[in-house]
Design a protein around this ligand. Structure first.
Ligand code: AMP
Length: 287
């Protein structure tokens, strides 16, 4: 397939997308930070199936990294990414410079007060403000009818649905299932940081979540503390736990017990050496 058109200038993307809109074309947006893998590919394929024009952004967004995070060493593989996007049938690859996205006199902040400080937001102060800001910019630039996100970053999907709802954004949020390696590890650009030994232990993160789900299915209403214990019994000792919580899928509120009608989701983050891995699993069917 033809390679995607590469656009670097934000307003050039917006003009192109306004022209598509004027012709009645439906636009699908897939925001990414690059180092693309099969999880990203599944989002691009979903966008391809439902839209006339598929825009994929590749932008390692400095605003969502804390000074102590891995911004500088985050993997960047633009050539491989473009080859993959050609295969998956993306029309436009948007790869801006940070200075074009964040003007020198930038003054805008977008914050979801409660959602930004729970769970993943508590561990990563400021992270979700950066996500909300860049996603808002990408929505404005791409003029998308639909935007595609992965269940892998569950908290992010809750935040983005909320952003779209509160700003009355005329856009549908689509959430695609987590793509996993054969042994269950959620695909992630950060998996490339893992040593061979760490990679072999990494699937215990997902196995722990699966054991929580098995317990919740067997005992609806089970206390979250017992679910956490089931997780900790499974997680390899080499991990250093950041958090394991049972939260409501609606607003990420921590739940004391896992009742199906509260739509509990098990969310976990843990370090394996220098690498921070996150994963999640709905304990029952989500609405
Ligand atoms: P990232 O490049 O990590 O910012 O991810 C870009 C998008 O791809 C986000 O919506 C992620 O949730 C999604 N994504 C990342 N990993 C996976 C995966 N393993 N399965 C499905 N979607 C994913």
């Amino acid at each position: 397939m033809a390679p995607p058109v590469l656009i670097k200038a934000p307003l050039e993307l917006q003009q192109a997308c306004l022209a598509y809109r004027a012709q009645g074309q439906r636009i699908g947006l897939v925001p990414t930070m690059g180092a693309l893998h099969d999880g990203h590919r599944s989002l691009v394929e979903a966008a391809r199936a439902e839209n006339d024009v598929v825009v994929v952004s590749i932008f390692v967004n400095p605003a969502q990294f804390a000074p102590t995070d891995d911004l500088d060493r985050y993997p960047r593989t633009p050539e491989e990414d473009l080859a993959m996007l050609a295969e998956a049938g993306a029309d436009i690859a948007f790869m801006p410079e940070p200075s074009a996205v964040y003007l020198p006199d930038a003054d805008l902040k977008i914050s979801l007060e409660a959602l930004s400080i729970r769970g993943e937001g508590e561990s990563r102060p400021g992270h979700f403000d950066g996500v909300a800001l860049v996603v808002s910019k990408l929505f404005m630039l791409s003029q998308a009818h639909r935007a595609y996100f992965g269940q892998k970053d569950f908290h992010q999907t809750v935040l983005i649905r909320r952003l779209v709802k509160e700003l009355f954004w005329p856009l549908e949020v689509r959430v695609c299932p987590t793509a996993r390696a054969a042994d269950g590890l959620a695909l992630s650009s950060r998996n490339t940081y893992l040593t061979a030994t760490e990679r072999a232990l990494a699937p215990t993160l997902y196995q722990g979540l699966q054991n929580m789900k098995a317990l919740a299915q067997a005992e609806p209403g089970v206390a979250s503390g017992r679910l956490r214990d089931a997780f900790l019994d499974t997680l390899d000792d080499a991990f250093e736990l950041d958090y394991i919580d049972v939260v409501s899928a609606e607003d990420m509120r921590p739940l004391e017990a896992a009742w199906p009608e509260h739509h509990p989701v098990a969310v976990a983050a843990a370090y394996l050496g220098q690498t921070r891995l996150i994963d999640n699993l709905a304990l029952y069917q989500l609405p």
